[in-house]
Design a protein around this ligand. Structure first.
Ligand code: ADP
Ligand code: MG
Length: 324
């Protein structure tokens, strides 16, 4: 995979939400949901993004598709700067970039049949006539492991796993190159999770898909990803090949996260690292390294200087003063 090309390049991405307060509704601060994040996704790979709730994973995914307008940064898809596109050009571009959401119940219109939901992106992008689209919906249902008669049913008539299959069929309908999957299995029973993960893997093969796979569950991300990025408080703190990251984590935050996961190999002993304190608020992130307030190895410089996110060798990126 070393020769693979870059499909998506994210550089210096920021999304700050203004906070308004007081009787005048003045701007009194901002939430730094995503605060200068850079990474790229290679054609055909699955890049996992992991981190605790609130660290900015969803905002990152949504900003890439411009479902949230980024505050700053550059997003290049096959070399095209997405932020430079006008509304119409961006609408057309969405054929290439699709999203699968965490909660398929909330993201599927309850008043529309599964068939109408899956057909919608085809209609929006003017693909085929009514008959061709009906045929495509049938095929898509089969591709995601449902039956053609399911087209007539409404979201509430499906199980959670089936609803997520509909969400996946909808994303797949326009034959995108990149799918941003935001916690696609987090709302599902554990027994159903692996079925949906296997489906995503099969589809990746058959449709040459590239995934940006967001989850808070480390073992889910480990299962499906080629490379993994770890976020903390709006920042990417580490990114590496999957096995490299899980076997040889550099950043103290990643080390702590991984130490809490049961290890499959009983010989590979790992001491549980308990972090002190809570995750600070992104309204008022700590100066320097955002992790310094909880880091067991904190040094003076960490309180003042933000560590650069740099390649520590062989494509293993980390933002930590201990190593670079
Ligand atoms: P994650 O997906 O990792 O759980 P999010 O990207 O959803 O995190 O949120 C990151 C931070 O941004 C959180 O503190 C969240 O409360 C805040 N946030 C998300 N969306 C908004 C919004 N529309 N307005 C204000 N703050 C937001
Ligand atoms: Mg989220």
């Amino acid at each position: 995979m070393t020769t693979a090309q870059t499909l998506l390049k994210v550089e210096g991405l920021k999304k700050h939400y203004p906070i308004h307060g007081g009787i005048w509704g003045r701007r009194v601060g901002e939430v730094r949901a995503v605060d200068d994040v850079s990474f790229s996704v290679r054609t055909g790979e699955t890049l996992g993004i992991v981190g605790e709730s609130g660290c900015g994973k969803s905002t990152t995914g949504r900003a890439i598709l411009r479902l949230e307008e980024p505050t700053a940064g550059d997003i290049r898809f096959e070399g095209t700067s997405l932020l430079s596109l006008g509304v119409e050009a961006m609408r057309r571009m969405r054929r290439e970039l699709q999203m699968v959401f965490q909660d398929p119940f909330a993201s599927l219109n309850p008043r529309k049949t599964a068939g109408a939901i899956i057909e919608e992106p085809l209609r929006v992008h003017g693909i085929g006539d009514a008959n061709e689209r009906k045929q495509q919906v049938k095929e898509l249902l089969q591709v995601v492991g449902l039956d053609s008669y399911h087209a007539e049913r409404y979201p509430h008539q499906f199980s959670g796993g089936q609803r997520q299959r509909i969400g996946i069929a909808r994303a797949l309908a326009v034959r995108p190159k990149l799918i941003v999957a935001d916690e696609p299995v987090s709302a599902l029973d554990v027994s159903i999770q692996s079925q949906v993960l296997n489906l995503l893997e099969d589809l990746q093969e058959s449709f040459d898909l590239t995934y940006l796979f967001i989850a808070h569950d480390l073992s889910v991300v480990r299962h499906i990803s080629d490379r993994v990025g770890v976020m903390y408080l709006g920042r990417m703190v580490e990114l590496a090949d999957r096995d490299e990251l899980y076997n040889n984590p550099i950043h103290p935050y990643t080390q702590a996260l991984l130490s809490a996961v049961p290890v499959p190999d009983p010989d590979a002993k790992r001491e549980r690292i308990i972090l002190k304190g809570d995750v600070p608020s992104p309204r008022n992130p700590p100066a320097g390294c955002a992790f310094h307030t909880r880091c067991p190895h904190v040094m003076d410089i960490c309180r003042k200087v933000r560590p650069e996110f740099t390649d520590q060798g062989g494509g293993h990126f980390a933002a930590c003063h201990l190593t670079g």
